[in-house]
Design a protein around this ligand. Structure first.
Ligand SMILES: *Cc1c(COP(=O)(O)O)cnc(C)c1O
Length: 433
C-alpha cells in the first residue's frame, strides 16, 4: 500500500495548506535523536518532535513501562476511582515542583491544562464571592488552540479567523531579550511599569496573570530574564492576583532545571505542564495548584467543587509513561547532562553572533534560537519554508517559526550530532547572503 497517497486522500494535517504542501514524509521508526523514513532517509530530530520528546525516541524503559501497564490496567474513569500510577505521579511531581504546589489536576494536552487553569482561577474568586473576570497575558504569548487557550493567546496574533469566538483579555508588553542586548534593563523597567499601572487600575477585577516563564515558545522562542519574572511575581503577590505559569513547553528540564519556575526562582499559584511529561510517548497534562487555591473549592455543597473532567483524565498508560520518564531522569542522570547541551549551544554563539544574516541570538538551557534577517517574518513566510526544505533535504528536522530558527534537541543528543545540525544551519545562512 502507498500510505502517503492514502494519507493524501483521507487525512487532514495540522497547520498545513493541503493544496500546496509537499507530500508528508512517512516515518516508519525512530531511535534516539533520529527519525527513519520509509524511503531509507533519516532525519536528526533537533526539535524533539514538536517539543515533546525528552530522552530520545523509542526509549526502551518507557516503552516497557507502557506495555506492562497496558496488560494490568489500561483505563478507569477517574471520578470516584484512583490507581497507583496517578497517585504516584502526582506525588513525584509535587516532590520536584517548587514548594507549595501540591494539588494535581489531570487532563490530556497543553490546551486543556490551560483551560483547566483558567476555570480554576475564575472559580477560585467566585467561590469567595468575588467576580473577577479579567486575565492579563503577554504580547507574543501562545497557550494552545482550544477556544479559551486561543483567547489568552491573543498576544500571538495567530487566531484572526476565530476572533468572534474569543473572550477579551488584557495584553501587556513583554520584555523580549537576547544575548548581549544593551537595552534589556530598560525594556524590563517599561514592562514592569506597564504592569504596575495595570494593577493600579484593575487589580480587584483580575482573576489571574498568565505567562510562559522565560521562553515564549510558539511565537518564536522569545526569551525574557528571571529578573523580569521575579518583578512580576512580587507585584502580582502584593496585589493579590493569581500568578499562572504555562510550563507546557519549558517544563521537564528544557530551561536547565526541572521547571523554569526554578530557573527563574519564582513560584506561581498554578502551573500547567504537558508536552515533555510523558517524554513524547502519550498525551497527558497536569494543572498543579497551591494548597490555598485548592482549599477554596472545599465545602459542604457540590456547587463549590471544580466541575471539569475528560474521558481520559489521568489515563494509567500516560501516568505510567510519565513515571518511567522520571525513572530515566534518575538512572541516566539526565539533569546533570543538560548544562552540557547549553554549553554546546554557547560554543556556536561565536560565529552565530557574527553572521551577517543573524540577529537576536538567544539561549536558555537546552533551547537555542536566533532570527534570520528578512523582510517577511510571518509563520508562513517564504524564508521559513525555504529553510525548512533546505534542512529536510539534508536530513535535519528543524522547523523555523517565521524567521526564527531554533533548536530544542532531545536530551540524548551528542555533541557531534548537535554540531552537524549547526553546520547545516551555517550552510543555509551562507546560501541566503
Ligand atoms: C504547545 C503549547 C501549548 C498547547 O499544548 P497542546 O498540547 O498543543 O494543546 C500551550 N502552551 C504552550 C507554552 C505550548 O508550547
Amino acid at each position: 500500500m502507498d500510505w502517503v497517497q492514502i494519507d493524501r486522500q483521507h487525512v487532514w494535517h495540522p497547520f498545513t495548506q493541503e493544496q500546496t504542501a509537499p507530500l508528508p514524509v512517512e516515518i516508519s521508526s525512530a531511535q534516539g535523536a533520529w527519525l527513519y523514513a520509509k524511503e531509507g532517509q533519516r532525519f536528526l530530530d533537533l526539535i524533539s518532535s514538536w517539543w515533546v520528546n525528552l530522552h530520545g525516541h523509542a526509549h526502551p524503559t518507557i516503552a516497557a513501562a507502557i506495555a506492562q501497564q497496558a496488560q494490568t490496567l489500561e483505563q478507569v474513569m477517574f471520578a470516584g476511582f484512583t490507581h497507583q500510577p496517578a497517585a504516584e505521579l502526582a506525588y513525584e511531581l509535587v516532590q520536584r515542583l517548587p514548594t507549595g504546589l501540591t494539588r494535581v489536576f489531570y487532563s490530556d494536552n497543553g490546551s486543556t491544562a490551560i483551560e483547566v487553569a483558567l476555570k480554576i482561577a475564575l472559580q477560585y474568586w467566585r467561590n469567595q464571592g468575588q467576580q473577577r473576570k479579567r486575565f492579563a497575558v503577554f504580547d507574543g504569548s501562545y497557550h494552545g488552540d482550544t477556544v479559551g487557550a486561543m483567547s489568552v493567546g491573543q498576544g500571538s496574533q495567530f487566531f484572526t479567523h476565530y476572533q468572534a469566538l474569543l473572550f477579551q483579555v488584557d495584553v501587556l508588553p513583554y520584555p523580549l531579550t537576547w544575548e548581549r542586548d544593551p537595552h534589556v534593563e530598560q525594556k524590563e523597567a517599561v514592562a514592569l511599569q506597564a504592569f504596575d499601572a495595570y494593577l493600579q487600575r484593575h487589580a480587584h477585577e483580575v482573576a489571574g496573570i498568565l505567562i510562559e516563564p522565560l521562553v515564549q515558545g510558539a511565537s518564536g522562542m522569545r526569551m525574557c530574564r528571571p529578573q523580569f519574572l521575579q518583578g512580576l511575581s512580587q507585584r502580582a503577590k502584593a496585589a493579590g492576583v493569581l500568578l499562572l505559569f504555562d510550563e507546557v513547553m519549558t517544563g521537564f528540564g528544557r530551561t536547565g532545571q526541572w521547571f523554569a519556575s526554578q530557573t527563574a526562582q519564582v513560584t506561581p499559584d498554578i502551573i500547567c505542564l504537558s508536552k515533555g511529561i510523558t517524554a513524547g510517548f502519550l498525551p497527558l497534562s497536569v494543572t498543579v495548584c497551591s494548597e490555598t487555591v485548592y482549599q477554596a473549592f472545599l465545602g459542604e455543597t457540590f456547587d463549590r467543587a471544580f466541575v471539569h473532567g475528560h474521558s481520559f483524565t489521568a489515563n494509567p498508560l500516560g501516568c505510567a509513561a510519565a513515571l518511567a520518564s522520571l525513572q530515566v531522569f534518575k538512572t541516566e542522570n539526565t539533569l546533570a547532562k543538560l548544562p552540557q547541551i547549553e554549553h554546546w549551544h554557547r560554543q556556536q554563539l561565536e560565529w552565530l553572533l557574527q553572521h551577517p544574516k543573524v540577529e537576536q541570538v538567544r539561549i536558555c538551557g537546552t533551547i537555542a534560537a536566533f532570527n534570520v534577517k528578512a523582510t517577511e517574518t510571518g509563520y508562513a513566510s517564504s524564508v521559513s519554508e525555504h529553510l525548512r526544505t533546505f534542512f529536510m533535504e539534508r536530513g535535519i528536522l528543524l522547523r523555523p517559526l517565521g524567521n526564527t530558527v531554533y533548536l530544542l534537541p532531545p536530551y540524548c543528543i551528542t555533541e557531534d550530532e548537535l554540531i552537524s545540525g549547526y553546520q547545516v544551519i551555517e550552510r543555509a545562512l551562507d546560501a541566503l547572503i
